[in-house]
Every structure is written in C-alpha cells, then in structure tokens.
Design a protein around this ligand. Structure first.
Ligand code: NDP
Length: 272
C-alpha cells in the first residue's frame, strides 16, 4: 500500500486553512535564503505557496551569497523582536563561510520553527515537548498516523544520522516507544540490520538500501531526494520493486516531501 504524502498533506493543509479562518491573529513565517542555490529556491517557494494556501503570512528575505555572519545574525535578531513574525526558518545549506551553529543559536527557541536550536533539540531528547517538533520527522509520523500505523514496540531502522532527519527521527520514534537502530556510513553489517526492520527509514541521499535487504511486510519510508542521470527526482529506494514486497511504502516524489511542508505549516499554526 502506498503512503500517499501528497494526498495527506493536502488534507492537512485544508484543515489548517479552516483553522486559520478562525484565528484573530494570523501567524507569519519568515524565511531567510542566502545565495542562489536552485534547489533551495524551489523548497522556499513551496513553503511560501503552502503558507498562502492556508491563509497565513510569509516573507522571504533573500540575501546575497557573500553575506557575512554578523549581517545574518542581525537579521535574525530583528525577526526575533518582530512581533508579527511567528516562525523563523533559515534555509539550508548556508554558504561555506557561514558557521551554521552560530546562525542556529541566534534564533529565538520560541520562533525556531524547524527545531534546530539547542533548547528545542534538548527538550526533544529529554522527552519533553519542544516549542516546535522537527519538521521532516514530524511529517513522517503524521503520515504514519494517517494510515493508522502504530510504531510502539516495532523495530525501526533509520539509515542516516543527520541533525535534520536521522537523529530527531530516532528520538521521536523512541518517544513513541519504538525500538530504534540508527545506521550511518560506518555501520558494519548494514544488510543484516536492515533485514530486521519492521519500519525502515532511508535518509541518505543515495541508493544504499537494496531491495533484497528489505524484509517483506515491512513499512518503508523514503526520505531521500536526488536526481538520476536524466535529471528526474528520485528517492533512495527502488520504489517499483519494493512496492510489491513491503506492506507500506512512500513514493518519491509525493511522499515525505509534501508531508514536510504540511508539518511546517502545522508548526506555524501551533506556535507557542
Ligand atoms: P546528510 O547528507 O546530512 O546525511 C546523510 C546520512 O547518510 C549520513 O548520516 C551518512 O552517514 C549516511 N550515509 C551516507 N552513505 C552511507 C552509506 N553508504 N551507508 C549508510 N549510511 C550512509 O543528509 P540529510 O539527512 O540532510 O538528507 C538525506 C536525504 O534526505 C537527502 O537526499 C535530502 O535531500 C533528503 N531530505 C528530504 C527531505 C524531505 O522533505 N523529503 C527533508 C530533508 C532531507 P555519516 O553520518 O556517517 O556521514
């Protein structure tokens, strides 16, 4: 069965639009985009489109590639103090001369809509509510919820340990009583570990997981987004082969990507 992220995200966005109509003070998203990375520009425009669709405000602050750390942090402080701004998102990746941690640290945790700040990550690690949940992992859990999939007691294997996907995904699954294994580029016997997964989440950006490694009847989430030799957007996994083997699978595109956007909008509406 296909876990349809496109359909589910549309449903969530429609529900949020109804909720926004009842809000006296509409939330507002501020996105900072540094440089001209074409993929980042596409991601930012889909966030703007979603904000428009649900009827909340959004502002995109475009800064040139050569922007220095001080200019960027000053901009963030300005947005922290702007009462009309509910959530601040700094689109990654940042140019190499900018220290990502310094930028993250500048964001007020109560406006840290991506859950990047140490305070929010710390809260998540302690099993307390962060002010905002990390968007991609939250989007994945929203999709599982939509299909009535309970992760409790299941063995979830995550391939990838980034701060954006792998690590917060592990913690959120743990907080929901799953048993979690996190794999990465140094993991030995990856095949054997993947074979034990009831829930497999691939967040690598390349084809590491092969079809023969995946347990039949498992639940498979493909977070990866990359382009094949023809420029077509593809995931980490071979969807056409796996769809006949596993119980549930997300497509790419149309799986985790739209759920990430919906999850961001959920955060915007549920801001502290
Ligand atoms: P990163 O590049 O930060 O992390 C990739 C992870 O994959 C690392 O932990 C790395 O291990 C691991 N890895 C690399 N090679 C192997 C290997 N041979 N075996 C096992 N593990 C390996 O990526 P992100 O987490 O930021 O993103 C992952 C993918 O998800 C990308 O394609 C990205 O575009 C996509 N993405 C999609 C989103 C969506 O909304 N759909 C949102 C965010 C990301 P190590 O740590 O050892 O280097």
């Amino acid at each position: 069965m296909i876990l349809d992220g496109k359909k589910t995200s549309e449903k969530i966005l429609n529900q949020l639009a109804e909720k926004v109509k009842t809000m006296d003070k509409k939330p507002k998203l501020a996105v900072i985009l540094v440089g001209n990375d074409p993929a980042s520009e596409i991601y930012v425009s889909s966030k703007e489109k979603a904000a428009k669709k649900i009827g909340v405000g959004s502002v995109v602050i475009k800064l040139p590639e050569e922007t220095d750390e001080k200019t960027l942090t000053d901009k963030i402080y300005e947005l922290n103090n702007d009462e009309t701004v509910t959530g601040i998102l700094v689109q990654l990746p940042l140019p190499k001369h900018i220290d990502k941690n310094k930028i993250t640290d500048a964001i007020c945790p109560k406006k840290d809509i991506d859950c990047f700040t140490p305070e929010n990550v710390g809260r998540l690690m302690q099993g307390r509510e962060p002010y905002f949940n990390p968007v991609t992992p939250q989007g994945i859990l929203m999709l599982l919820d939509e299909y009535g999939i309970d992760v409790k007691g299941k063995h979830a294997v995550i391939v990838g340990r980034s701060n954006i996907v792998g690590k917060p995904m592990a913690q959120m699954l743990l907080n929901r009583d799953a048993t979690v294994t996190v794999c990465h580029s140094k993991t030995e016997n990856l095949d054997d570990i993947i074979k034990t997964a009831d829930i497999l989440i691939s967040a690598v950006g390349k084809k590491v997981v092969r079809c023969k490694m995946v347990k039949s009847e498992s639940i498979v989430i493909d977070v990866g987004i990359s382009r094949d030799n023809n420029g077509k957007i593809v995931g980490d996994l071979d969807f056409d082969e796996l769809v006949n083997v596993v119980k549930y699978i997300t497509p790419v595109p149309g799986g985790v990507g739209p759920m990430t956007i919906a999850s961001l909008m959920v955060n915007l509406i549920n801001h502290p």
